[in-house]
Design a protein around this ligand. Sequence first.
Ligand SMILES: [Ca+2]
Ligand SMILES: [Ca+2]
Length: 540
Amino acid sequence: MIATCLFTACGYPSSGSDITETAGSDPVESVSSSAELLTPDIIDDNYRNYYEIFVGSYCDSDGDGIGDLRGIESKLDYISDLGCNGIWLTPVMAAPSYHKYDTTDYYMIDPAFGTNDDFKALTDACHERGIRLIIDLVINHSSNEHPWFKEACDYLRTLPEGGEPDPGVCPTVDYYHFSREKLNASYSEVSGSDWYYEAVFYYTQPDLNLHNEAVVDELENVAAYWIDMGCDGFRMDAAMHYDDEVSSYNIDFLHDYYEYCRTLNPDFYMVSEVWASEKTIADYYASGTPSFFNFDAADAEGKLIRAGRGKLAAERFVEACADYEKTYGAANPDFIDAPFITNHDMGRVANALQSKSADMKMTAGLLLSMSGSPFIYYGEEIGMKSKGNADENKRLHMNWDGSGYGDGSGVCKDPQGADADVEQKFPSVAEQEKDPASILSYYKEALAIRNAYPEIARGHMEIVDELTDGHVAVITKTWNDRRIAIVYNTGEESATVDISGEGTGVKGMKPVAVLCAETETVMTQPEMLEIPPKTIVYLK
Ligand SMILES: [Ca+2]
Ligand SMILES: [Ca+2]
């Protein structure tokens, strides 16, 4: 058993509701249980448990081996049962690449993924289940096959030598950054002309000129279209590259674009990718947009994985969390942190942690105890592996039932270019669902706890200094009239935590939920917790 919630009294009758009454009788309680015993208390706001889906690798509905929107719709019950109530789809708009971060049509679902009607059906099905759906919006650049770009290049090729382009004749020539000079290494040549264009990521992804009001108007129309289709938010791709020189421009752009979206849907959500330090992200929170991905906590050397493997003490981890609240909150009091372990651009957590399941669970437990809206990358919940640095290997097919592509079970092909020999250590969803000790079961329990206690996501955090030392840390979170304490033991040894001190602020609180990476139970005596290694205890 992996232990969550509800404690069963051993050796004396108890409702399990009041440890302090038994003081003096030397009782010992073992805290354990299961996720089903927790009562969800879902608040319908923009604090969500998000699930990132790399669309082409997730679930295939029509047997062509490519994940699609109908496939995702068929997995909504799985996502909901997992405990997520938000989904981020990587780009779904028509694009030549497999990853779709290079659209040729901002208004059309890529035919490999389905139709615009499929998208509408998906948003409706999400909303029926209380799930909000956000989509990747890639506006730093389009495809070099986008009609805007092709038209502009065709026009430039018609210019006489030395002739200046006239946006009055060809407006799209101002939609990108064209230059006669190769201004820097990110400029590529317009074939058949003496012109160059800016393409920061790749030559197939020309950077749009977001300083051009006409482009901004186009992009507002794009937002209006998808909001009308039921989209609940945007994940803003590459937001720090809108203008690579002037970050204040990007911040202003995000502000204005978000406010525009909110005129169409007051609950509209936005989370932006600014792959940068905590300080830079704090600068971007001045945009007033609700969320930025927390890159400080993410990736192999980020605080989550380092704490999960014991390389960063729990004490340091909770200090970092308190710092996020302080730093980001100073820039935007309404911020919603967006922590995550990895995403589609990173090696998977299983690789960083050598597939040690206890460390992987610990890392997940830390993530799902953090404030804000955590993002789970599909496959993390079953401990999937990636391989090396090739992006395709970070986006391998979701392992639904251990079968391969083509037997009608929804399993996708891997992206073209992925290695064929990546063996998964941990079994499929179907297998892990049967195993209460699986990584998947751990995720479900951690999310069930989070859904039962909304103050975990929303509460103001304080560290209980006198109980926090090394691998043991105790914090409280307070939201409205609700308060919860979280006790971490990220170490390899059991720890005893004495909560009887008046000054701790947690005296009298009792365990309501436990997440153990390995050991089954937490033993408690009155105001004295015996916490196994790699364990999180929640107290009320
Ligand atoms: Ca398909
Ligand atoms: Ca740019």
